[in-house]
Design a protein around this ligand. Structure first.
Ligand code: GLC
Ligand code: MG
Ligand code: CA
Length: 573
C-alpha cells in the first residue's frame, strides 16, 4: 500500500472521528430541545397561589395576575396542579371532566389567557395529567356502574369474596389514604378498585379504549398550548392481573395504614413503562411541528432501577424525590453523598438529572430540615447538574402551618382519624402564598380562605423579602442565575466529605474557577480546610451564603480556613 493511500485513509478516518465528535457534541450540548436543562421549574398549587375573585380559593386569573413573579425569578416553567372539573374529594386530583376547567379556577378562556401571557414572558406552562383514576362523578364511571358499554370495562371491577355467607373485598389491598382499596357498588354488585380515595376509581389500563381516551386528553391540552405534562402517580397505572393478597411489610403501623403492606402487586408493574412509551411517541408525533419538545415529568416514589426505566421509557424528568423521601434532617453527610452519587451514576447518557426540593404532598423544606437548613436543598439543587423543581413558597421559606383535627380537609388526614391525622395530612404545606403583610397575606379578600393563612405571614412574605438585602427570595434568584453559568451547566461534578459534618460539591471546567458548595450539617460552627480536601484555589469569592449564616456575598475567602456557622451553607466561585 502506498503512503498516499494510507494518508487518504487516515484523513478519511479523522473526518469520520471529527464528524462523530461534532455530532456527539451537538447531541449532548444544550439544544433548544432541552429548554428545561439548567433551569428551575416552579410548582403552583392553584388553590393556594392567588385568589382573584375573593372566594377564598386561588384561581387561574390569580395566577395570571402574578406571572411577573415567575419572570422575576427567571424560572423556565410553571407546573400547575390539577385545574380540571372536580368534586374536590382530593382537591382536583379527582377529575370528572378531563378537558374543561373547574369553575372554582375559571374557564378555558382564562387558561388560554394565562398561557398566552406566560408565553409572552418566556414562561412555559405544564399541566398535571392524572391518568390513574377519574372521579366517581365522571360520566364514564356513572355508566360503568350501570354496565353501559363500552364503559362497563373502563374501571377495575371484581366480584367480592364470599366469606361465611357475606361478601368481602376481593383482596387485602389498601388505599394510599388508608382503609380498603375496594368499594362496593350496590348497583353493579361488584367492588371497584381505588388506590386513592373512594372518589377516585382506578381506570382499567388493560383496556385499549382507556388508553385512547387518555391520548385524546393529552392532545386536547397540547392543542391548548401546554409545553408538557407532569404525569401523576404513574406507577399505580397497572395492577397484577392475579389480584393476589399483598404481604405484610412489618412496619409498625395500624392494619389499615397503607404502609402496613408491601405493594408488590399494585404498583411499579412492568407494563407501566410500555404505556409511558406510547404516550411519549404520541406526544412527540403530534408536536413534531413545534420547535421545542414537550416535557414529560413523571411522579413515582420508586427505586433507582425504576427511575432508570422511566428515563428509558421516555420520561424527561423522572422526579427525584431523594431530598424528600430518602434523606432527612438526621441523614449523615455520607448518606447524602451516596444518594447523590448513585443518582448521578444512574442517569442514562444524554438525559438530564433533576432534584425536587418540595411539593404539595410533603412537609415544607424548613420543617423537614429545620429553619436553619431551609436553604440547603435549593443550594444543592442549584449547584448539582440538571433541573431543579421547587414548590410555591419555597422561594420565601414558607413553613408548615399546624392544623387542628377540625381544620383538616385533606382526605389523607381525614381518613387517618383524630389521633393520627397530623402524621398523614398534607394541609400544613398547602396554605395560601404569603405575598405581603396585608389581610390574608395578600392572597385573598375573602373573610375565610380555603385553608387558613399561616400566622407567620407578617414575618415571612414576598414583599418584605424583596426589600431585604438578604432573604430566601434574593438567594433563590441568585441560584437560578448560577444554574445557567457554564461551570454549573456543563462542568464536572464531585461530591466530597470535607469533614464528617461538612458536605462539599465542586463543579469544574478547564481554565476557569470552580464553583464550590459547602454545607454544614452540624448545629455548631466548624472550621474547614476546603482547599486541601477539595483541591481548590487558595482564594475564592463568596457567591452566596444561606439566610441566617451571616456570610456576606462578594467577600474573598481563604479556602484553607473557612468558618462555617452552625447549619450554614455557602457557595464560592
Ligand atoms: C399524586 C399527587 C397527590 C394525589 C395522588 C392521587 O401522588 O401528587 O396529591 O393525592 O397522586 O392523584
Ligand atoms: Mg378564587
Ligand atoms: Ca391503577
Amino acid at each position: 500500500m502506498s503512503n498516499k493511500v494510507i494518508f487518504t485513509m487516515l484523513s478519511l478516518f479523522s473526518i469520520i472521528v471529527l464528524g462523530a465528535c461534532i455530532i456527539g457534541f451537538t447531541l449532548s450540548a444544550k439544544t433548544p430541545k432541552e429548554w428545561w436543562n439548567n433551569s428551575f421549574i416552579y410548582q403552583v398549587y392553584p388553590r393556594s397561589f392567588m385568589d382573584s375573585d375573593g372566594d377564598g380559593t386561588g384561581d387561574l386569573n390569580g395566577i395570571t395576575s402574578k406571572l411577573e413573579h415567575f419572570a422575576d425569578l427567571n424560572v423556565s416553567a410553571i407546573w400547575i396542579s390539577p385545574i380540571y372539573v372536580s368534586p374536590m374529594a382530593d382537591f382536583g386530583y379527582d377529575i370528572s371532566n378531563f378537558t374543561d376547567i373547574d369553575p372554582v379556577f375559571g374557564t378555558i378562556e382564562d387558561f388560554t389567557n394565562l398561557t398566552t401571557r406566560a408565553k409572552s414572558l418566556g414562561i412555559k406552562v405544564l399541566l398535571d395529567f392524572v391518568p390513574n383514576h377519574s372521579s366517581d362523578e365522571h360520566p364514564w364511571f356513572k355508566q360503568s356502574v350501570q354496565r353501559v358499554k363500552p364503559y362497563d370495562d373502563y374501571y377495575v371491577w371484581l366480584d367480592g369474596k364470599l366469606v361465611n355467607g357475606s361478601y368481602q373485598p376481593p383482596n387485602n389491598w389498601l388505599s394510599v389514604f388508608g382503609g380498603s382499596a375496594w368499594e362496593w357498588s350496590p348497583v353493579r354488585q361488584q367492588y371497584y378498585l381505588h388506590q386513592f380515595t373512594r372518589g377516585q376509581p382506578d381506570l382499567n389500563f388493560t383496556n385499549p379504549l382507556v388508553l385512547m381516551e387518555m391520548e385524546k386528553i393529552l392532545i386536547f391540552w397540547i392543542d391548548h398550548g401546554v409545553d408538557g405534562f407532569r404525569m401523576d402517580a404513574v406507577n399505580y397505572l397497572i395492577e397484577d392481573a392475579r389480584f393476589l393478597d399483598e404481604p405484610a411489610s412489618g412496619a409498625n403501623v395500624p392494619a389499615d395504614d397503607y404502609d402496613s403492606l408491601d405493594h408488590v402487586y399494585s404498583k411499579d408493574m412492568d407494563q407501566t413503562f410500555v404505556i409511558l412509551k406510547t404516550w411519549r411517541k404520541r406526544i412527540d408525533a403530534y408536536s413534531k411541528k413545534d420547535k421545542e419538545q414537550k416535557l414529560i415529568l413523571t411522579e413515582a416514589y420508586a427505586d433507582m432501577e425504576s427511575m432508570k426505566r422511566f428515563y428509558e421509557a421516555g420520561s424527561d424528568v423522572p422526579m427525584n424525590f431523594m431530598f424528600i423521601g430518602q434523606l432527612n434532617a438526621n441523614s449523615t453527610t455520607m448518606e447524602f453523598k451516596r444518594a447523590i452519587d448513585s443518582w448521578l451514576g444512574m442517569v442514562p447518557k444524554g438525559h438530564v438529572a433533576n432534584w425536587v426540593v418540595g411539593n404539595h404532598d410533603n412537609s415544607r423544606v424548613s420543617n423537614r430540615f429545620g429553619a436553619g437548613r431551609a436553604d440547603q436543598l435549593s443550594m444543592l439543587t442549584a449547584v448539582l447538574p440538571g433541573l431543579g423543581i421547587i414548590y410555591y413558597g419555597d422561594e420565601i421559606g414558607m413553613t408548615d402551618r399546624e392544623m387542628t383535627w377540625n381544620e383538616t380537609v385533606d382526605p389523607a388526614g381525614c381518613n387517618a382519624g383524630p389521633e393520627r391525622f397530623m402524621l398523614k395530612s398534607r394541609d400544613p404545606e398547602r396554605t395560601p402564598f404569603q405575598w405581603d403583610d396585608s389581610m390574608n397575606a395578600g392572597f385573598s379578600t375573602a373573610n375565610e380562605t380555603w385553608l387558613p393563612v399561616n400566622d407567620n405571614y407578617k414575618q415571612i412574605n414576598l414583599a418584605k423579602q424583596k426589600m431585604e438585602d438578604v432573604s430566601h427570595y434574593k438567594l433563590l434568584k441568585q441560584l437560578v442565575k448560577l444554574k445557567k453559568t457554564p461551570v454549573v451547566a456543563t462542568g464536572t461534578t464531585e461530591v466530597i466529605l470535607v469533614t464528617e459534618n461538612v458536605l462539599g460539591v465542586i463543579r469544574k471546567l478547564p481554565d476557569v474557577k470552580p464553583v464550590v458548595l459547602l454545607v454544614n450539617f452540624k448545629n455548631e460552627t466548624v472550621v474547614v480546610d476546603a482547599r486541601t480536601w477539595m483541591n481548590i484555589p487558595a482564594e475564592l469569592t463568596v457567591f452566596a451564603g444561606s439566610v441566617g449564616s451571616g456570610i456576606p456575598s462578594e467577600v474573598i475567602m481563604d479556602t484553607t480556613e473557612i468558618y462555617l456557622p452552625a447549619e450554614a451553607s455557602v457557595i464560592l466561585y
